[in-house]
Design a protein around this ligand. Structure first.
Ligand SMILES: Cc1cc2nc3c(=O)[nH]c(=O)nc-3n(C[C@H](O)[C@H](O)[C@H](O)COP(=O)(O)OP(=O)(O)OC[C@H]3O[C@@H](n4cnc5c(N)ncnc54)[C@H](O)[C@@H]3O)c2cc1C
Length: 445
C-alpha cells in the first residue's frame, strides 16, 4: 500500500514526488509518456518572474520570483542567467516610460531570484549589442535578466531525487481508472493492475479535468495553447522580447546551448490536450513578429513545439488570465475523500505548488513533517539558510484569482506608485543611459 499515488510526471508531479518522498511518504508516480515530455517540455524554458503579470496580477509575479529564488539554488547546474533585451520603437503599444516603470518595479522582485537591475540603452548602444536589429524607428532599449533552464532535465533530476528518497516512478504507464471504495478514493488502475493508495494526487497539468473525471469530478480549466519555433543554432547572443505583429502581445527569442526558441503564441485551445496542434497561422505570426526587427532572421526553422498552459478556469479577458495555482481537496469540495488535485501555476513556482499539495496530503495522512525541498539541492547537497524575502500572501492570491477587476486594480495601484517613483528619479537625474560595455560588464560578472 502506497501513502501517495501521483498521476502525472511533468514538473508539478515530479516536484510533488520529491517533496512527498523527502517527507518519508511511500510514493508511486505514474507518467503516461516520458517525464516532462508534455507541457513542461513545450515551455519557453524560463524560470522567470512573469514581468508582464505586473500589469494585472502582481501576486503571481511575487510568487514566481519568490519560488524561482529557491529553484535557482536547488537546481543551479541546470540554469543559466539569460540577459534579455527589450527594444522599444516609435508607435509601440508600450513606450519607454511604461517599460522602464515596469522594469523598475520588477527590479524589486528580481532580488528574490538573484536577478540584476535593469539597464536603459540608447538606440546606438542597443545596435552595438545587436547589429542585425532594425534601426528605423528605434527609440531605445532596456535589458533585464531571467534564468534559462532545461525543463526536461529539471523533471528528470526531481524524479532522481524522489527515487533516492524511496519513490517508485512508472513511466510509459497511463492511469486508466481512479478506484473508489465506499465513496472514498483508494488507489488507481494502470497497465491492467490495481495499485492501492491512501491519497491520490492528480498532477496531470492540462489533463487535470480529464483525470478528475475518472472519479466523476470536474476541474475548471481554461487551456491556452502556445507554439514555439525551434532552431538548432544559437541565433542571437542574448534573449529578446519583441512586440509582436498586431501590437498587443510579445514574442521571446531565447538562445541557449540547445539552439533558439521563438515564441510562444497564446491562443484558446480545445479542452482535450491530445487535440492540441500548431496551426500554420501561428508559424506565420511568429516569423513575421521576429522578422519585423531582424530582416535576416531565418525563415527555415527545424521544428515546432506546442503545449497547453493549464490555467485554472476564471472569468475575464484571455490576456488577463491569472496564473495562480490551487490545491483542490475533493473531500472538502465534492465530498470525495482521498483525492487531491494540484492545478494551474507555472514551471517557475513548481516547488511551492508541490509543497502546498504535499502539505495537504500530510494532513490527510496525519503526518506532520515539514517541507525540506528548499533546503536540499536536487543532487542531495545541503543549502545554507537563504536571505528571507516576504512570502506571497496565499489567501489574497486565491481571492484575487476570482476577481479580475480587483486584481488589475491591485496591480495598477502598485504600478502607479512605481510611476511616481520613476518620474521623481527622472527629475533628479537618477536614471541614466548605459553603454554596451556596461551591459557586457554587468552580465559577464
Ligand atoms: C507555450 C508555453 C510556454 C510556457 N513557458 C513557461 C515558462 O517559460 N516559464 C514558466 O514558468 N512556465 C511556462 N509555461 C507554463 C509551464 O510550462 C506549465 O505550467 C508547467 O510545465 C505545467 O507542468 P505540469 O507538470 O503541471 O504539466 P505537464 O508538464 O503537462 O505534465 C502533466 C503530465 O501528466 C501526464 N498524464 C496525463 N494524464 C495521465 C494519466 N492518465 N496517467 C499518467 N500520466 C498522465 C502527461 O503525460 C504529462 O506528462 C509555459 C506553458 C506553455 C504552454
Amino acid at each position: 500500500m502506497h501513502d501517495v499515488i501521483i498521476i502525472g510526471g511533468g514538473v508539478t508531479g515530479a516536484g510533488t514526488a520529491r517533496d512527498c518522498a523527502m517527507r518519508g511518504l511511500k510514493v508511486l508516480l505514474f507518467e503516461k509518456g516520458s517525464p516532462g515530455g508534455a507541457t513542461t517540455a513545450s515551455s519557453t524554458h524560463l524560470i522567470h518572474g512573469g514581468l508582464r503579470y505586473l500589469l494585472y496580477d502582481r501576486l503571481t509575479t511575487h510568487t514566481t520570483c519568490w519560488d524561482s529564488g529557491h529553484i535557482i539554488r536547488i537546481a543551479a547546474p541546470l540554469l543559466r542567467r539569460l540577459p534579455v533585451i527589450w527594444p522599444v520603437y516609435k508607435g509601440h503599444a508600450h513606450g519607454m516610460t511604461t517599460v522602464e516603470t515596469l522594469l523598475e518595479a520588477y527590479d524589486g522582485f528580481q532580488r528574490m531570484k538573484g536577478g540584476l537591475p535593469h539597464l536603459r540603452l540608447r538606440p546606438e548602444e542597443a545596435l552595438r549589442l545587436l547589429p542585425g536589429l532594425k534601426r528605423e524607428g528605434l527609440i531605445g532599449a532596456f535589458s533585464f535578466d531571467e534564468w534559462w533552464v532545461d525543463p526536461v532535465a529539471l523533471v528528470a533530476k526531481n524524479l532522481d531525487s524522489a527515487a533516492r528518497h524511496g519513490a517508485r516512478v512508472e513511466t510509459g504507464s497511463a492511469v486508466t481508472e481512479i478506484l473508489r471504495r465506499d465513496g472514498k478514493v483508494c488507489g488507481v488502475a494502470a497497465q491492467g493492475a490495481e495499485y492501492p493508495g491512501r491519497v491520490v494526487i492528480n498532477a496531470s497539468g492540462p489533463w487535470a479535468d480529464k483525470t478528475a473525471r475518472m472519479a466523476g469530478l470536474r476541474i475548471p480549466l481554461r487551456l491556452q495553447k502556445g507554439t514555439h519555433l525551434c532552431y538548432r543554432e544559437r541565433l542571437t547572443p542574448v534573449g529578446l522580447i519583441l512586440e509582436a505583429e498586431g501590437g498587443c502581445r510579445y514574442v521571446f527569442v531565447i538562445p541557449s546551448e540547445q539552439g533558439t526558441l521563438v515564441g510562444p503564441t497564446d491562443i484558446s485551445a480545445p479542452a482535450d490536450p491530445e487535440r492540441i496542434a500548431t496551426d500554420p497561422e501561428e508559424i506565420s505570426y511568429l516569423l513575421a513578429s521576429v522578422r519585423r526587427y531582424f530582416a535576416d532572421f531565418p525563415e527555415r526553422y527545424d521544428s515546432t513545439i506546442v503545449g497547453a498552459r493549464p490555467i485554472l478556469g476564471q472569468s475575464g479577458s484571455e490576456k488577463l488570465l491569472s496564473r495562480e495555482f490551487e490545491v483542490f481537496d475533493h473531500a472538502k469540495r465534492d465530498g470525495v475523500e482521498g483525492l487531491l488535485t494540484i492545478g494551474g501555476g507555472k514551471l517557475s513556482d513548481f516547488r511551492i505548488m508541490a509543497e502546498a499539495v504535499t502539505d495537504a496530503a500530510c494532513v490527510k495522512l496525519g503526518r506532520a513533517v515539514p517541507c525540506r525541498t528548499a533546503r536540499e539541492t536536487l543532487e542531495g547537497g545541503l543549502l545554507a539558510e537563504r536571505l528571507s524575502f516576504p512570502k506571497p500572501w496565499r489567501a489574497a492570491k486565491s481571492f484575487l484569482r476570482h476577481h479580475p477587476y480587483l486584481r488589475e486594480l491591485h496591480a495598477l495601484a502598485y504600478l502607479g506608485t512605481g510611476l511616481a517613483r520613476h518620474l521623481a528619479r527622472e527629475a533628479l537625474g537618477r536614471n541614466r543611459d548605459s553603454t554596451a560595455e556596461s551591459f557586457r560588464k554587468l552580465y559577464e560578472s
